[in-house]
Design a protein around this ligand. Structure first.
Ligand code: ADP
Ligand code: MG
Ligand code: ZN
Length: 518
């Protein structure tokens, strides 16, 4: 027993030393690593005017080469919206005197390569103000606590140099929604950086002439807190360019190269549907390289052919370009939506039809704008809406034969809508005025997390609901088919015109329909 006690004491002592060393050594190691890394970062900071403390890239575009709206093309709507920001940066006092609400945060949203970063730089260049830029993905790689501190520094410096622009690229890297189920209780670096950004945005006075801009190609993952009033409340869509836009972008990039007079940029624009500004810049560059390889004095059409093939091959590998057959399918799919919308009684007017993948994800798009703000919708209106959504798939089937995967999103939406009509709005004759199922959701940190539906009806009723959904969707599909079969000539005319022009607005569409009918 004595033995045992003495023995135990010895173990305790070694254990104490061991444990102290056990955490002291790694700690010392990390402190050393940290200070080493910080020193490295301080030395290697980017940008001609970067400060030792924050290593934010600052480009004073008044001194360096200036990027202006002249260098950006094909995104006219975004440009128009940003002109206001330029005006504010140039005359902040004018806005202050009027007491006008000044934009604080502007979020540029659009697919990669459409020119978001370029536009932000152009705003700074037009206004002749300094441009503080940092990519949010850089924050994520930092050591704990550094991201938030750096965000604070960024704004500190910006305030001293106002008027100026603070640009946060790839905002989604830190701005991802917090408080999802998986993220409960985690308080990681990203979140601290995001919180610091929110604090900074709330804390400063927009009258001081600092405009915060940010860019993202994944707006859907952003934390709602970021897009609330007083933060990034102004969102500017930077979309894929259409035919005309592509021609203009090519023109901008062709300024620097020696084009042969025969080269027609219009033709090249027609050959590059779906491509974004970055792809087109790439094509012009590849064409110049091809000309140089050939030893030619100017860039010829054949060089562009080679360049397009090259760039397209790369994009195809990443699955981003449509071939001719796919393009035809998309054209008739969208023509189907448009024609059904024009034919049924209650559909919203068609504002624009396009086969260029505009918003992120969808292939073509048929944009209908409601004529006025709606609070209530009747059963007939909802049925018409379903009919329009099914029109795309039906048209594909009629004209191209067979079915494709392109209508998936339409199908999801009609199924959801039909289910709501039956289960929520009691719009089914067969099932009567009753709701079925109770939606469950939980609240975590101001966001409501849907947890699915609780079924409060019998298996038999479930079968009747399914049967009713099938009947409803079947009837609407038949109606869409009837409309499109009767007006087949018009459908073909719209599809053909879409293939040629890619985008039709309301007036173009009316003209095509009138032409086909006459
Ligand atoms: P994003 O930030 O949207 O991913 P970038 O602004 O980085 O796209 O664009 C990359 C390059 O592609 C630009 O530097 C420019 O040369 C070219 N580019 C992209 N969009 C356009 C455009 N709309 N007009 C002219 N050039 C463009
Ligand atoms: Mg960018
Ligand atoms: Zn569709």
């Amino acid at each position: 027993m004595q033995h045992g006690v003495a023995f135990a004491g010895r173990i305790e002592q070694t254990a104490w030393w061991e444990s102290v060393l056990g955490w002291l050594l790694p700690l010392a190691f990390f402190v050393a690593l940290y200070s080493f890394a910080m020193r490295r970062m301080a030395k290697g900071g980017g940008g001609p005017l970067s400060f030792g403390k924050s290593r934010v890239k600052i480009y004073d575009r008044t001194q360096n080469e200036r990027i202006t709206f002249e260098d950006v093309a094909g995104v006219d709507e975004a440009e128009d919206e940003l002109r206001e920001v330029v005006d504010f940066l140039m005359h902040p006092d004018k806005y202050q005197a009027l007491g006008a609400r000044i934009p604080k945060g502007v979020l540029l949203v659009g697919p990669p390569g459409t020119g978001k970063t370029l536009l932000a730089k152009a705003v700074a260049g037009e206004a002749g103000v300094p441009f503080f830029s940092i990519s949010a993905s850089e924050f994520v790689e930092m050591f704990v606590g550094v991201g938030a501190a750096r965000m604070r520094d960024l704004f500190e410096q910006a305030k001293q140099r106002s008027p100026c622009i603070v640009f946060i690229d790839e905002l989604d890297a830190i701005g991802k929604s917090r408080g999802g189920l998986g993220a409960m209780g985690t308080h990681d670096e990203r979140e601290q950086t995001l919180n610091q950004l929110l604090v900074e945005m709330d804390g400063f006075d927009p009258g001081k002439g600092v405009v915060i801009m940010a860019a993202t190609n994944r707006p859907e993952v952003l934390d709602q807190a970021l897009v609330r009033a007083g933060r990034f409340d102004r969102q500017v869509l930077v979309d894929r360019p259409d035919l005309r836009g592509r021609r203009e972008i090519l023109r901008v990039h062709a300024r620097g190269v020696d084009l042969a007079p025969v080269v027609d940029l219009e033709v090249i624009a027609r050959r590059t549907p779906g491509m974004v500004g970055a792809d087109l810049a790439n094509i012009v560059n590849e064409a110049a390289l091809a000309a140089a390889r050939r030893g030619g004095g100017t860039v010829e059409t054949q060089d562009f052919e080679e360049a397009i093939d090259r760039v397209q091959l790369g994009l195809k590998r990443r699955g981003r370009v449509m071939n001719e057959e796919e393009k035809r399918r998309v054209a008739f799919h969208e023509a189907g939506h448009a024609l059904v919308a024009l034919s049924v009684q209650h559909a919203d007017p068609v504002h624009r039809v396009s086969i260029i993948p505009r918003s992120i994800g969808a292939l073509g798009i048929t944009l209908q704008l409601p004529t006025d703000e709606r609070y209530l919708m009747t059963r007939e209106e909802l049925c018409d809406r379903i009919c329009v959504m099914l029109g795309g798939r039906v048209a594909e089937e009629l004209v191209c034969g067979g079915l494709s995967t392109g209508a998936q999103n339409d199908l999801e939406r009609v199924t959801e809508l039909a289910r709501q009509m039956v289960c929520r709005f009691g719009m089914s004759e067969a099932l009567g005025p009753q709701t079925f199922g109770q939606s469950l959701s939980a609240r975590f940190l101001q966001t409501s997390v849907p947890l699915g539906e609780e079924r409060n009806y019998s298996e038999q009723t479930a079968q009747r609901i399914d049967a009713e959904l099938q009947a409803m969707l079947g009837a609407e599909q038949a109606r869409a088919r009837q409309i499109l079969t009767e007006r087949r000539a018009v459908l073909e005319a719209i599809g053909a015109r879409l293939l040629a022009e890619e985008t039709l607005d309301q007036d173009d569409l009316a003209a095509v329909v009138a032409g086909a009918v006459a």
